[in-house]
Design a protein around this ligand. Structure first.
Ligand SMILES: [Zn+2]
Length: 284
C-alpha cells in the first residue's frame, strides 16, 4: 500500500452544502507532489485538492466530506473529490509508480463512492489540465483492483485422495457377500442406505486407494466424478460360488474299538503260546 500522509490545507469549505459526491476529478500538478503540498498549505494560494499523488505516496489535504478549492468552478467543487498527480503529463511524460499509486487511491474512492464517475479538470474549466494523464487507464485499473480486493480468487482446493489416486480399471465385478454398501470415498462411511446382495453385477470404471486400501468406482460414478465406491474386499472378479460340500464318508460305528471277537481271538492265541512255552524246559 502507498504511504498515506495527512497534511491539512486551510483552503477549503466545510461540508458540501448537502451535495452528494458525483465526480472524481483528475488534475496534473505541473510540479512535484511536495511542491503542490506546500502551495496548498499556503493560505494565500486560495487553492487545494483533496489528494496529491506522487510515486508511492498519497497526501490527503482536505477531508472528502468537505469542499476543496481545485476545479475553478464552485458547483463542480461541491460535487467532486479532486486528485492532483505529480508531474506535467505532456510530451510523452509518464510515471508508472505515480499511476500505480493513483490506481490504489482511485480504487478506494470507487469503493467509497460507487455511483461517482470521473472527469478531467478541462471538462469544467478553460485549462489543458490534466494534459495526457491516462485517466481512463487509471479508472479501469482501479475498477479491476477493487474487484480483486472485494472478490479475491478462491484458492483451488486440494483434490481428495480418492481423486488423486484414481486410475482407469474397466471391468465387470460382483458383490462378494450380502449386505455390501457403497462408501463415500472421503469419509469411508456408507454413501447411502442401499444394501447390495451377493453376486450383483457391477460395471467398474476406475479404482483408487484411500489410506492404502483399494476401492472400486462404478463406470457411472467415474463418468460423473462422484466420490463413491466399493471397498476392494467387498467385490470379486467373478461371481461367488460356494466351495463343494465336504462328502461325509460312511463311518463304522465300531471304528476305534477293538472288536470283542478279535480280542477273544488274541487272548486265546496268546494263552496257547504261553502254555506251549510253559511245557518247554527252561533255558539254562
Ligand atoms: Zn487541474
Amino acid at each position: 500500500m502507498p504511504n498515506l500522509q495527512w497534511v491539512p490545507s486551510p483552503n477549503y469549505t466545510e461540508w458540501r452544502q448537502g451535495n452528494a459526491i458525483q465526480k472524481i476529478t483528475f488534475h496534473h500538478a505541473c510540479s512535484s507532489a511536495a511542491s503542490a503540498v506546500n502551495w496548498f498549505k499556503n493560505p494565500n494560494s486560495q487553492t487545494s485538492s483533496h489528494f496529491i499523488v506522487g510515486p508511492g505516496i498519497i497526501y490527503c489535504m482536505v477531508d472528502t466530506d468537505d469542499t476543496a478549492w481545485t476545479n475553478g468552478n464552485w458547483n463542480s467543487n461541491l460535487v467532486s473529490v479532486t486528485i492532483e498527480f505529480e508531474g506535467t503529463w505532456l510530451n510523452g511524460f509518464r510515471n508508472e509508480s505515480t499511476i500505480n499509486t493513483g490506481v490504489e487511491l482511485v480504487a478506494w474512492l470507487q469503493d467509497l463512492y460507487p455511483s461517482a464517475g470521473f472527469n478531467r479538470h478541462r471538462d469544467i474549466s478553460a485549462t489543458a489540465c490534466p494534459g495526457d494523464f491516462p485517466v481512463e487507464e487509471v479508472w479501469t485499473k482501479a475498477a479491476q483492483r477493487r474487484e480483486l480486493i472485494n472478490n479475491p480468487p478462491k484458492p483451488v482446493p486440494a483434490l481428495p485422495e480418492w481423486q488423486t489416486n484414481r486410475k482407469d480399471f474397466v471391468k465387470t465385478m460382483y458383490i462378494a457377500k450380502d449386505g455390501v454398501q457403497l462408501l463415500d470415498l472421503v469419509t469411508l462411511k456408507p454413501a447411502d442406505a442401499r444394501v447390495f446382495a451377493q453376486n450383483m453385477k457391477i460395471d467398474i470404471g476406475s479404482m483408487t486407494t484411500v489410506g492404502g486400501k483399494t476401492y472400486y468406482i462404478t463406470a457411472y460414478s467415474t463418468s460423473k466424478n462422484i466420490g463413491a465406491g466399493y471397498f476392494g474386499g467387498d467385490l470379486l472378479l467373478q461371481p461367488y460360488s460356494p466351495p463343494p460340500p465336504v462328502v461325509d464318508l460312511p463311518t463304522d460305528p465300531d471304528a476305534g474299538k477293538l472288536n470283542e471277537q478279535k480280542l477273544n481271538w488274541i487272548i486265546t492265541t496268546l494263552n496257547a503260546i504261553i502254555n506251549f512255552f510253559k511245557g518247554l524246559t527252561p533255558w539254562k
